[in-house]
Design a protein around this ligand. Structure first.
Ligand SMILES: [Zn+2]
Length: 260
């Protein structure tokens, strides 16, 4: 069950409850990961001397990302903290000539079941290195919810066809996110959770309203319809709920600080 999966991630009952609320917004009928009962709770490490819980900055950052309060944490730090797994895109990463204005969602639609590493390998093995034209998104969300990154979202990559896009979306002003699936597979619960957290983080970092989150199919309808069979309405609803919860946590943090 999703709630159990999420509870195993956290020792914080309030966070577990919030995640349970969030879980209710998604269908529970899809294939789920079994909870890993051997995993130790994150968010704190026990001091051997005093027995007092001491915050661990790495797991604090992971917790911030999970609950949507990671706006203050940069990309490089999140790579270091293991929130993003770095596997660089070779040859098609560019300096931006315009600021990030859009987030474009994709699905990989591989013929055979794949994982994020194989998807990125396939981009890097296009043989276009000499021309620096390998395609790829900055982020790839794997089946198990792990978030891979090929490049900083501050850099541009090639994930849409600029000559076919609508609404002013271009590679230069957008961040691309691939969700790993074949046409036969459902999106996993873990993927949808990871996507909610990642998109919310990017919205905060770049100051993007909900209208700036688009699908490849919406902005390049002549040739693309991905992410295929993705329930955009459910995703938007759950993300808004997630962001409201995150705001509440931020406000509580501010109040706590004020009391000191
Ligand atoms: Zn696409």
């Amino acid at each position: 069950m999703p709630a159990q999966v999420l509870q195993s991630e956290s020792s914080d009952p309030a966070e577990a409850l919030r995640n349970e609320i969030l879980a209710g917004l998604y269908s529970r009928s899809e294939n789920q990961r079994k909870p890993d009962l051997t995993r130790k709770p994150e968010g704190s490490q026990r001091s051997t001397e005093s027995g007092i819980e001491k915050p661990n900055p790495h797991s604090e950052h992971r917790k911030d990302f999970r609950q949507g309060t990671a706006k203050h944490i940069g990309y490089t730090e999140l790579v270091r903290d293991g929130v993003f797994i770095r596997k660089p895109l070779e040859g098609s990463v560019f300096e931006r000539t315009s600021p990030v204005q859009f987030i474009v969602l994709h699905s990989t639609e591989t013929k055979h079941p794949a994982n994020a590493e194989r998807v990125i390998d396939s981009w890097n093995n296009r043989g276009d290195n000499g021309r620096r034209l390998n395609p790829g998104t900055q982020f790839v969300v794997d089946r198990d919810g792990k978030i891979y990154t090929t490049a900083s979202p501050d850099k541009a990559t090639i994930h849409v066809n600029d000559s076919l896009t609508r609404r002013g979306v271009k590679n230069q002003n957008s961040v691309g996110i691939e969700i790993v699936r074949t046409g036969e597979q459902q999106y996993t619960y873990a993927q949808k959770m990871a996507l909610t957290r990642l998109v919310s983080y990017l919205q905060d970092r770049y100051g993007l309203g909900d209208g700036r989150i688009v699908t490849h199919g919406q902005i390049q309808p002549a040739t693309r319809r991905d992410p295929v069979d993705f329930d955009v309405a459910a995703f938007n609803k759950s993300r808004r709920q997630f962001r409201q919860n995150a705001q509440t946590i931020e406000q509580q943090k501010k109040r706590d600080k004020g009391d000191v």
